[in-house]
Design a binder for this molecule. Structure first.
Ligand SMILES: O=C(O)CCCC[C@@H]1SC[C@@H]2NC(=O)N[C@@H]21
Length: 268
């Protein structure tokens, strides 16, 4: 957390969230994590109009234009951190539905929680967990290109401005928080089955061509039910009851539990 960082106005209550907005933070995830370690209760939601050190998944940075995109993180303390592998789907649904609602654009989910406009990445999620003096915490960070897409070396990203007038940052944050409130309630009440079903109706179709970049198989990780390669192209076969990606390749359905998945044709 930036020690001097102060919200730019008093927090507002939105469903289960205490919503704070900041002009500038290094990273909204870092800010929430520092507060979680200092004992903050669950339900904090932090939006920054600008981040100076945003982090992406797999240790990458998350590139942002000077202003106008969505940077939002929430702090949860799920009991004993049950089902950690299923939260990406809950969060992905919220990001997808919130952004669709404020833009009217038709968006797609890609495993496990990227949001695409057409075949290009529009938004992503970084989920981090830990345990501090007050118990377990989980921070879910949402990043979405609203006003501008970053220029990336290896692919072309999308922004909502490609599809029409982009929503304001706060409007997008509130829509994502409202959707997250709804999907958390479904998950808490009915478990993963309805989350999985809703996720599948918002994903690219079954049979879409995917390329999965898998971590190198070695030692205990070299599971017998995974292709013994680092990269494989196949067809989307849905998701399993535990959230694993099912990839049809070479006449078999393979389970993919970790790794990066590209929808082929997504601007690369
Ligand atoms: O690589 C990805 O797809 C995940 C990107 C997550 C970026 C968001 S922006 C808000 C929050 N704060 C961060 O530092 N990262 C996440």
């Amino acid at each position: 957390m930036t020690p001097a960082a102060r919200p730019d106005r008093p927090h507002r209550l939105l469903g289960r969230w205490r919503f704070e907005t900041y002009e500038t933070l290094g990273s909204t995830n870092d800010h929430c994590i520092a507060l979680a370690e200092a004992g903050e209760k669950e339900g904090l939601a932090v939006m920054a109009r600008r981040q100076t050190g945003a982090r992406g998944s797999r240790g990458r940075s998350w590139s942002e234009p000077p202003a106008g995109n969505l940077a939002l993180s929430v702090l949860l303390r799920p009991a004993a951190m049950q089902e950690p592998g299923l939260w990406p789907f809950v969060a992905g649904l919220a990001l997808h539905d919130g952004l669709e609602q404020v833009s009217g654009a038709a968006l797609l989910l890609k495993w496990p929680n990227d949001v695409l406009l057409g075949d290009r990445k529009l938004a992503g999620i970084l989920i981090e967990r830990g345990v501090g003096p007050d118990g377990h915490w989980m921070v879910i960070g949402f990043g979405a290109n609203l006003a501008a897409a970053p220029v990336l070396a290896d692919r072309i990203a999308a922004c909502l401005a490609d599809a029409g007038p982009p929503p304001a940052q706060e409007e997008a944050a509130e829509a994502v928080l409202a959707a997250l409130d709804r999907w958390c309630a479904v998950f808490e009440r009915d478990g993963f089955a309805p989350i999985r079903e809703a996720w599948l109706t918002r994903a690219h179709p079954i049979g879409a061509r995917l390329r999965a970049a898998l971590p190198a198989a070695s030692g205990r990780d070299a599971l017998a039910n995974r292709p013994p390669v680092e990269q494989r192209e196949g067809s989307f076969g849905g998701i399993a009851a535990d959230g694993a990606l099912l990839l049809e390749w070479s006449g078999r359905l393979w389970r993919i539990e970790t790794g990066e998945v590209l929808l082929l044709g997504d601007g690369r």
